[in-house]
Design a binder for this molecule. Structure first.
Ligand SMILES: Cc1ncc(COP(=O)(O)O)c(C=O)c1O
Length: 375
């Protein structure tokens, strides 16, 4: 039997919510999803979908009208694909898993750390070996990348904007990385689930760089951009023959994600630009607030968060055992995710998918706890 450890980010959240239910005052800065509700027009679309008869098995690759909407949506970011080069998945998570399942037999997968908590486990589940590239202090450079490539390397997982750091790669930086990818003839899984949530300019995609389309799997979805985490709609963009392979896997795995969700996601992509813009503006205010408050905590630092809704605080001056610190912080009334979950002890991830009040309260508690050194 396989021994599989569940997502630690979900574990902390569960604990925090249970303490709150028992009446404890907890500032939750650990959410991995927007705290906003799905916009009303998207919910209406789901109701309409049922009335229109979107109640049968959808095609394995997803509804054509949704794949078309995805193509239009991604085209605005410079990604040139046709509906045949899109597969709809049950969230970005399943998209990444399917691509890994397709690509990996026993090869190595390069994962810059800090990484999204599920990448290493997914790689292990499909029989691969995760190889970590330390990018806590500086972004991935062509030199660091090349140093870690062996004859067993198959793919690099890139995540920009990043969970947990909010770091965004510029086109220049991506071009440097792309050169090495092409030189060594490997693939990229580009997790772009936060691409709509940026504050200081767009997040470019490595898939737009000449020569990269044939070796890139762009993964994204509606979860974060439209506050639709529960609807489970994501997608993968890749050349048609790769999509066909993913389709074959998906046909035996889940057929497709809910047709009602797919219809609603289609409406979200077609009519939802304004709602994304409004949400990003709210997040921007909180980003500015959390950057200011984190900047006031002595002997800590963080990479500038330009996207997503996280700040990754280096608290290693105080402790390297941030798993323990997170427990103590919870006792002090604030929930954060320790860096260990992302391969970086000595850091904590602060999510600002919470109200300004909660952010202020939580940041004050973090500061007090660090200064008191009661961990
Ligand atoms: C970096 C990253 N990739 C993928 C996902 C999963 O997204 P989805 O809800 O579309 O499965 C998340 C969710 O937290 C994430 O943070």
């Amino acid at each position: 039997m396989r021994e599989i450890i569940g997502s630690s980010t979900l574990g902390i959240l569960k604990k925090a919510k249970s303490l709150r239910e028992k009446g404890k005052d907890i500032a939750i800065l650990a959410l991995g999803e927007p705290d906003f509700d799905t916009p009303e027009f998207i919910k209406e679309a789901a109701k309409q979908a049922m009335d229109l008869g979107y109640t049968k098995y959808p095609p394995v690759e997803g509804l054509y009208e949704l794949r078309k909407a995805v193509v239009e949506w991604e085209k605005e970011r410079g990604l040139e694909y046709t509906p045949d080069e899109v597969i709809i998945t049950c969230g970005a998570k399943q998209g990444i898993f399917s691509v890994l399942f397709y690509l990996i037999e026993d090869e190595e997968v390069l994962i810059p750390s800090p990484y999204w908590v599920s990448y290493p486990k997914m790689v292990e589940l499909v029989g691969g070996t995760p190889v970590f590239l330390d990018t806590a202090k500086e972004k991935l450079t062509p030199e660091i990348l090349e140093k870690h490539i062996t004859e067993r390397t198959k793919v690099l997982i890139l995540n920009s904007p990043s969970n947990p750091s909010g770091v965004v790669y510029s086109l220049d930086e991506l071009e440097g990385i792309a050169e090495i990818i092409k030189k060594h003839d490997i693939f990229v899984i580009s997790d772009e689930i936060y691409s709509s949530i940026t504050y200081d300019g767009p997040a470019p995609s490595i898939g737009t760089i000449p020569g990269m389309k044939e070796r890139t799997f762009v993964v994204s979805g509606v979860s974060k951009a439209f506050a639709m985490t529960g609807w489970r709609v994501g997608w993968v963009l890749a050349p048609q023959h790769e999509i066909q392979a993913l389709k074959n896997i998906q046909s035996h795995m889940l057929t497709s994600t809910s047709s009602i969700s797919q219809y609603a996601a289609m409406v979200a992509l077609k009519k939802g630009k304004e709602s994304v813009r409004e949400m990003v503006e709210k997040f921007r205010k909180r980003r500015d607030l959390v950057v200011k408050l984190a900047g006031e905590i002595e002997n800590t630092s963080f990479p500038e968060p330009h996207g997503a809704f996280y700040l990754f605080l280096d608290v290693s001056y105080y402790t390297k055992n941030t798993a323990r610190l997170a427990e103590v912080l919870l006792e002090h009334g604030v929930a954060v995710v320790p860096g260990e979950a992302f391969g970086c002890p000595g850091y904590i991830r602060i999510s600002y998918a919470s109200s300004e009040e909660e952010i202020k309260k939580g940041m004050e508690r973090i500061k007090r706890c660090l200064y008191a050194r009661t961990f």
